[in-house]
Ligand binder design. Structure first.
Ligand SMILES: [Zn+2]
Length: 410
C-alpha cells in the first residue's frame, strides 16, 4: 500500500544544498504544493504534487499544513523517574547547585528515585514521556542513562530504554550510556577507583549486552576532567561505541578540544567554549548541540553562536529533557528558545532538530525527506516554518508518522 501525502508547504530538510534532489529550495528544501509518497515505511518519491507519479496510490490531502521530517531530539535524559520540584523552588529563590547538592538535590536525587524503581516502572514512565514527545512531533529521540551512577542501576535504566527502543508505537529510541555523570555519594573520595570501574567493568558490559550506541561523559568543573573522559572514550571506542560529551556548560576545561581529538559524534551545551575549541569541533565535523532550555532555566548567557557560525560548526538543537535543569519534554520549546535566546535562524534551528540531529545520532535515513529515507513525517497546523519557532512549544502537530505508521494525531 502506498499513500501520497499532499501539503501546501513541504520541507525536505536535506541540509546545505542550494537545490535538493527533490527540487526543494534553500537549506530547508522548500516545495510549495508538494507531496511525499510513502510505501512500506519508506519514502518512495518526493516533489511537487503536479509531478507526482501517476497511479501512486491513495492521496491524503493535508491542505494548508506544513509538512516536515519527524523531529529528532538528540540529547535527552528522558529515562528519569521522580520529581525535583523542591529543588526547582529552591533554585527560584536563588540557591545555586552547590547548595542544592548539599541538601540532597541534583543528580543524586534522581539517583535515589531510580534506586526505588524497577525496570518496569522506569519503562512505564519513559513510555508515557515518549508518547507525549511524539505528540509534539518528535519521531527520533536519544535517551541517556546517567542517574544510576552504579553499574547495577545504570543497567536498570538502560534495560528500560532498550524496552522502549523495541516498541514501534513510540519514537525511534537511540540509547546512550552516560557513564560519567556524577560520583556516587559513597565514592566522593575515591574517584580514580570509580572511573576505573566504569571503564573496566561497566563499559565492556554495556557494549557486550548492546545496551547503548554512544557513551557520554559530563566534562566540566565540578564534574569530570578531560583525562577521565579520555580514559572512558578509549574504553568505549575500543568496543565500537561512539562518543558524545557534555562540554562547557559552566566552564571551559578543554572539553571541546577533547571532543575534536576523539572525533566525538557531538559536543553538547557549549556555553563556554574557546575559539580554538570551536574551530577544532568544526574541523573534525563534530556536531555542536545547543541546549537552550537548560541555559534558560539556569539564567545563563547563550553560547557564542556567532563564533560557532564563523568557524562553520554544524549546529543541533535538543531539549536536554531532564528533571533538574531542563524540566521540559518539548523540543519545539527548545527550538523557540534557540531562536529567541540564541538568535538562531529558523533554518539553523529546524535543521538542528531534523537532519543535523539525525546525522549526529548515526541515523542517516532519518531527519530528512528523500527517496529511501524512513517515512518519518509531521504535518503541522501551521502555515510556515517560521510559525513553528514562534508559539512557545505548543503542540501543533496534526499528524505524526514513524516509518509510515501513525505515532500521534490522525
Ligand atoms: Zn544533558
Amino acid at each position: 500500500v502506498s499513500t501520497l501525502y499532499r501539503s501546501a508547504r513541504v520541507l525536505t530538510c536535506e541540509g546545505a544544498v542550494a537545490t535538493s534532489a527533490s527540487g526543494g529550495e534553500g537549506p530547508l528544501g522548500v516545495i510549495r504544493d508538494g507531496a511525499v509518497l510513502v510505501r512500506e515505511g519508506r519514502i518512495a518519491w518526493v516533489g511537487p504534487f503536479a509531478q507526482a507519479p501517476a497511479g501512486a496510490g491513495s492521496t491524503r490531502d493535508l491542505g494548508q499544513s506544513l509538512l516536515t521530517p519527524g523531529l529528532v531530539d538528540a540529547h535527552t535524559h528522558a529515562a528519569w523517574v521522580g520529581s525535583r520540584h523542591e529543588e526547582y523552588v529552591m533554585k527560584m529563590r536563588g540557591a545555586d547547585y552547590r547548595e542544592i547538592a548539599a541538601k540532597g538535590g541534583g543528580i543524586v536525587s534522581s539517583h535515589r528515585a531510580l534506586l526505588a524503581s524497577t525496570v518496569g516502572e522506569i519503562h512505564a514512565t519513559l513510555r508515557a514521556r515518549l508518547r507525549r514527545m511524539a505528540s509534539l512531533g518528535v519521531v527520533t529521540c536519544e535517551v541517556k542513562s546517567g542517574y544510576g551512577l552504579t553499574f547495577e542501576l545504570e543497567e536498570r535504566q538502560l534495560l528500560a530504554i532498550a524496552e522502549a527502543a523495541k516498541d514501534p508505537s513510540l519514537p525511534c529510541v537511540v540509547p546512550t550510556f552516560l557513564a560519567l555523570h556524577a560520583l556516587p555519594p559513597d565514592m566522593k573520595e575515591r574517584r580514580d577507583e570509580y572511573v576505573a570501574s566504569v571503564c573496566e567493568h561497566a563499559v565492556p558490559a554495556v557494549a557486550e549486552k548492546k545496551l547503548a550506541r554512544f557513551v557520554d561523559a559530563y566534562v566540566d568543573q565540578n564534574a569530570f576532567t578531560t583525562d577521565e573522559a579520555r580514559r572512558l572514550a578509549a574504553a568505549a571506542q575500543a568496543r565500537g561505541l561512539r562518543i558524545r560529551l557534555h562540554v562547557g556548560q559552566f566552564a571551559d576545561v578543554g572539553g571541546a578540544e577533547l571532543g575534536a581529538e576523539l572525533s566525538a559524534a557531538s559536543c553538547d551545551h557549549l556555553e563556554n567554549v574557546s575559539e580554538t575549541g570551536a574551530r577544532a569541533l568544526a574541523d573534525k565535523g563534530v556536531f555542536c548541540t545547543l541546549l537552550p532550555t537548560a541555559s534558560f532555566t539556569l539564567k545563563q548567557a547563550p553560547p557564542d553562536v556567532a563564533l560557532l557560525r564563523r568557524v562553520g560548526a554544524k549546529l543541533v538543537v535538543a531539549s536536554d529533557a531532564n528533571p533538574g535543569t531542563a524540566p521540559s519534554e518539548s523540543l519545539p520549546l527548545a527550538l523557540a528558545l534557540a531562536v529567541r535566546l540564541y538568535g538562531l535562524s529558523t533554518e539553523e534551528a529546524l535543521l538542528g532538530a531534523t537532519r543535523h540531529a539525525a546525522l549526529s545520532l548515526s541515523e542517516p535515513d532519518r531527519g530528512a525527506l528523500f527517496v529511501g529515507a524512513h517515512a518519518d513525517l509531521v504535518a503541522w497546523d501551521l502555515p510556515h516554518e517560521d510559525a513553528l519557532m514562534q508559539p512557545w512549544g505548543v503542540p501543533l502537530a496534526r499528524l505524526v508518522l514513524r516509518e509510515g505508521r501513525v505515532l500521534a494525531g490522525a
